[in-house]
Design a protein around this ligand. Structure first.
Ligand code: SF4
Ligand code: SF4
Length: 232
């Protein structure tokens, strides 16, 4: 990358795969080339559980890669593995939990690759990062069908360390009270709800975010320790 200094500005929100999208996700995925984005996602391709699929075709509208094919006879959706790039957008689009990744490690590998791409972007150049915890949607901003915020607006966080920033933002979100009429509060009200004591996981149980921060620390992006300095 041809830049003397790197400054990131991220919308901190939930994410259907990585739990949340903050600085590391925005930098690693956002600065990745098209091939790089595909490579980060490439460890997982989903499949459709036909017994759960209701043929609503909502997932197909979210796929930009012609990765989903609808069988008009059976009225069930199928994944076309030739075209699917494993981006995971269809998982968040299905309201019936009919789509899941075949590879259980897919999200962990994605998390680690995001951290590595971030390291490649910021390594060796001064960098500074800002995250806005506002309108914390349950899914990534790339989802056209995104839902109401799951958490209240918390504010703007900034740091020279993107890892400390993500950790501080995540902790602030975990300490917040879920908003009513959101995916998170609706999930928590379901009969048989399993409490993960983690708003991101309670919002999207199949998501996972800790492996990203653990790996980011291991490869030297920064520290998960932080001190909050409040500016008014
Ligand atoms: S969104 Fe879910 S239920 Fe609807 S067609 Fe896709 S897999 Fe089936
Ligand atoms: S994972 Fe992405 S590319 Fe694959 S079918 Fe789902 S939306 Fe399409």
């Amino acid at each position: 990358m041809d830049a003397d200094v790197f400054i990131s500005l991220s919308h901190f929100k939930g994410h259907e795969m990585t739990g949340f999208g903050g600085a590391i996700k925005n930098i690693g995925m956002g600065c990745g080339s098209r091939a790089g984005k595909t490579e980060q996602h490439s460890n997982g391709q989903p499949s459709v559980d036909e017994s759960l699929c209701r043929g609503c075709m909502r997932c197909q509208k979210e796929c930009a890669n012609n990765g989903l094919v609808f069988d008009k006879e059976t009225k069930k959706m199928h994944v076309d593995l030739e075209h699917c790039v494993g981006c995971g957008r269809c998982l968040g689009a299905c309201n019936f939990d009919a789509i899941a990744f075949n590879n259980n490690n897919a999200i962990e590998v994605l998390n680690r690759r995001m951290a590595e791409y971030t390291k490649a972007v910021i390594d060796g150049r001064p960098n500074f990062h800002i995250s806005l915890i506002v309108d914390v949607s349950p899914n990534c901003d790339c989802h056209g069908e995104n839902d109401a915020p799951i958490l209240p607006n918390i504010g703007m966080f900034a740091s020279f360390d993107p890892l400390a920033l993500d950790q501080a933002c995540a902790d602030a979100c975990l300490a917040a009270t879920p908003l009513p009429n959101s995916q998170l509060s609706d999930n928590m009200a379901h009969e048989g709800f399993v409490d993960h004591h983690d708003h991101f996981k309670n919002s999207t149980p199949e998501s996972e975010w800790k492996t990203c921060l653990e790996h980011a620390e291991k490869i030297g992006i920064g520290s998960r320790e932080y001190e909050i300095i409040v500016v008014k």
